[in-house]
Design a protein. Structure first.
Length: 140
């Protein structure tokens, strides 16, 4: 009986805790809490080409679902875009919280599949007009 309960608990944890293919096997921190905070973009690629260069980019996610994206070009003025974020599912990822959507105040929106979400790392992928976008971030 105890063995059976242990097997069921293991199967539940395997499917409930891990949403992205590179997510930690188990985490006691809910996904929303792992997203919340300031993230520095370490890689931003479009079809394999790094478009970040020497620029800095930060994503700020708040518990209430608000967000901001800050872009700091080298030697230039920073631009900040505000909006909302939320978990969702897409056609590619049917897991309940396996994708994230950004909707900025200017009307721009984008769905990203969450490849990895840990306490310190986030990796997102999207396909926009047949262009593959890859974003890697580290919590600041």
């Amino acid at each position: 009986m105890v063995l059976c309960f242990g097997c069921l608990a293991f199967l539940w944890m395997e499917t409930a805790c891990r949403k992205g293919e590179k997510d930690p096997w188990i985490s006691f921190i809910p996904r929303k809490e792992r997203v919340v905070g300031k993230w520095e973009v370490t890689r931003f690629k479009e079809d394999g080409s790094n478009i970040l260069d020497n620029n800095k980019m930060y994503y700020y996610f708040n518990r209430d679902g608000s967000m901001a994206i800050e872009s700091k070009p080298e030697g230039g003025l920073a631009a900040v875009y505000h909006g909302k974020w939320n978990f969702t599912s897409t056609n590619n990822n049917s897991k309940k919280r396996g994708s994230i959507v950004f909707v900025l105040d200017d009307g721009w929106s984008e769905f990203y599949e969450m490849i990895e979400l840990s306490n310190k790392k986030m990796e997102l992928e999207a396909k926009v007009n047949s262009i593959k976008i890859e974003i890697k971030m580290e919590k600041d």
